[in-house]
Ligand binder design. Structure first.
Ligand code: 6CS
Ligand code: FE
Length: 296
């Protein structure tokens, strides 16, 4: 028996047959309650997310918007494998590892307004597991079906525990109608296993449209009835901090109003990736970093 075989998988998923939902085995907020940071995170423990109004100033939003537009229209970058395009329109949908491509985003990762949120929730030093810019263009921006990020990061990236947190910073106004993120409050306390094996090189399709690693209609119904559905709407510059295991998704955007955001995922340095728990091979490092040096 190899080490990999002997590893205990506390969150089994991508199994041949359907499995029952599991209670989360790990804390949500790992850091000690401190004054200050706690105020904006009061709801985080119970809901699995918190909204931070005006994380960025209007001027900073304008600068970041100009920066991501520059990236999206860079012909050279367009050929980079870290750029994901929309299936139909071939327009830029996401740019991964944006904190290594854009010095402005690299600075944002180190900004105390950002890094202190992650360190408080995760209760340790942190590193960037994944960063991306999401462009949800107007008229034909397609959304993401219901999923838990941790289910994917556990199965495909070998993330042991849900000790990671995402920060989605809105660079455009998030209205209820332009593809804004929907979340099920409190769903982070349940792990929803998914049925079906991970195909080889699945990331080449899943980042455009995910069809493995999506919960069953039965489980989605049960979670929605138990938790309800909330929507992240907020002005540009506001941000959504959310637990790696919360059930979320977004509708498509047929309005003329684009929805762009910068998406930073922090993982605890005490939660380093190991071999995938349920996939033939690890995903590229621009999707799941495998250098775990803490962000100082
Ligand atoms: O596969 C991933 O890592 C990405 N997929 C989705 C749908 N959300 C989280 C993450 O960025
Ligand atoms: Fe997601």
């Amino acid at each position: 028996m190899t080490l990999a075989d002997s590893r205990i998988d506390r969150y089994p998923t991508r199994t041949p047959s359907p499995q029952a939902m599991l209670d989360r085995l790990d804390p949500t907020v790992w850091g000690e309650p401190e004054s200050g940071a706690l105020e904006s995170l009061a709801s985080f423990e119970s809901d699995g997310y918190a909204i931070i109004d005006e994380l960025l100033t209007t001027a900073e939003v304008a600068d970041f918007s100009a920066e991501i537009d520059r990236l999206a229209s860079d012909p050279e970058l367009r050929l980079d494998e870290r750029v994901i395009v929309e299936k139909k329109s071939n327009r830029v949908r996401s740019i991964f590892e944006v904190h290594r491509i854009s010095p402005m985003v690299a600075d944002l990762v180190h900004d105390p307004r950002v890094i202190e949120l992650a360190r408080h929730v995760l209760g340790s030093d942190v590193y960037i597991h994944q960063s991306r810019v999401n462009y949800m263009p107007g008229f034909e921006g397609t959304g993401f079906y219901w999923h838990s990020d941790f289910e994917t990061w556990h199965a495909e990236d070998g993330m042991p525990a849900p000790r990671a947190v995402s920060l989605s910073i809105a660079l455009t106004d998030n209205y209820p109608f332009n593809g804004s993120l929907m979340l099920m409050p409190g769903s982070h306390r349940t792990f929803v296993p998914c049925q079906g094996a991970t195909p080889t090189d699945y990331y080449r399709e899943s980042l455009q449209e995910q069809w493995i690693g999506v919960p069953s209609h039965e489980h989605i119904t049960e979670m929605a009835e138990k938790c309800g559905i909330a929507q992240f709407t907020g002005a540009r510059g506001s941000a959504l901090l959310f637990d790696s295991n919360i059930m979320h998704g977004s509708a498509s955007n047929i309005t003329p109003f684009p929805r762009s955001n910068i998406f930073l995922v922090f993982n605890s340095v005490e939660n380093e990736l190991v071999a995938p728990y349920s996939a033939p091979a690890s995903r590229p490092t621009y999707i799941a970093a495998r250098e775990f040096d803490p962000v100082r």
